[in-house]
Ligand binder design. Structure first.
Ligand SMILES: Nc1ncnc2c1ncn2[C@@H]1O[C@H](COP(=O)(O)OP(=O)(O)OP(=O)(O)O)[C@@H](O)[C@H]1O
Length: 242
């Protein structure tokens, strides 16, 4: 297997708050990796470090065989790292199609008919084609989540970072979003997915890592990790030898 992303001892703190503590892990091409951990554990901060909106205090980040640690966010996005945001961030006064077009042109560097074709394809795959001409501010939560996914896909990522994209959805909406994410994964895009809705995560990912206080405290097969001592300790407060 080919490694597409690797964090090597990545460390970041804000004063006394350590959001990444010598974090090391990697993602293989075509793999889907789940990330869980309590609120404030540093999961979103880890995405900020990978996408380049935040610089680490120490450690290196490798993408597609290159050390991208010093690269600005826009260059990383063009190279193939795209993300969705936990709180959807569409341009509310623009239509769904225009939002997608911004991502295809700015994120993937596409122009004209090629960019438009990408948008139409992605909107169809994410179920948003019927909403293409609707202003983003008029979308429901599920549609805004889908637009987050669509915008990230229009950047033509090799690595797609999903930040709590299932949060706040009904069971049926969640099920439908999971099916879409599985389809994306089947196209060969590698995925890192932060999620509190564990059953959604387990329906997609091959491997799970657990983060607490910025540290990776467990890593492995998803069901084994969910049943592990580390997860019971941080979520249920059960003692290590209980
Ligand atoms: N720019 C910043 N300045 C200071 N503290 C920050 C900054 N960004 C994040 N933090 C703090 O770092 C910690 C980790 O935040 P982060 O958003 O990465 O956690 P998280 O695991 O994604 O949480 P959640 O599951 O609630 O989304 C939190 O205590 C947060 O308040």
């Amino acid at each position: 297997m080919t490694e597409v992303l690797r964090l090597d001892g990545v460390t970041k703190s804000y004063g006394a708050v350590v959001v990444a503590d010598a974090q090391s892990w990697s993602l293989q091409a075509g793999e889907a990796l789940g990330v869980i951990g309590p609120n404030g554990a540093g999961k979103t901060s880890m995405f900020n470090l990978v996408t380049g909106t935040v610089a680490p205090n120490a450690g290196r980040i490798w993408f597609d065989g290159q050390d991208v640690t010093g690269w600005p966010a826009a260059r990383r996005c063009r190279a193939g790292i795209a993300r969705s945001f936990q709180v959807p961030q569409p341009f509310g006064g623009m239509t769904v199609f225009e939002n997608a077009l911004v991502a295809a042109t700015q994120g993937a560097g596409e122009r004209g008919a090629k960019a438009e074709a990408t948008c139409l394809d992605v909107l169809a795959r994410t179920g948003l084609l019927p909403k293409a001409n609707v202003l983003a501010k008029g979308l429901t939560l599920l549609e805004r989540k889908r637009l987050e996914l669509a915008r990230a896909l229009c950047a033509r990522p090799k690595v797609l970072l999903l930040d709590e994209i299932a949060g706040g959805l009904t069971e049926a909406e969640c099920h439908s979003l999971v099916a879409t994410i599985r389809d994306v994964r089947a196209t060969g895009v590698s995925i890192v997915w932060i999620e509190h809705v564990v059953h959604a995560l387990l329906a997609v990912v091959d491997r799970l890592i657990v983060i607490d206080f910025g540290r990776k405290i467990a890593e492995g097969e998803p069901h084994a990790i969910m049943a592990s001592r580390e997860v019971k300790e941080i979520y249920l407060g059960i003692e290590a030898d209980a």
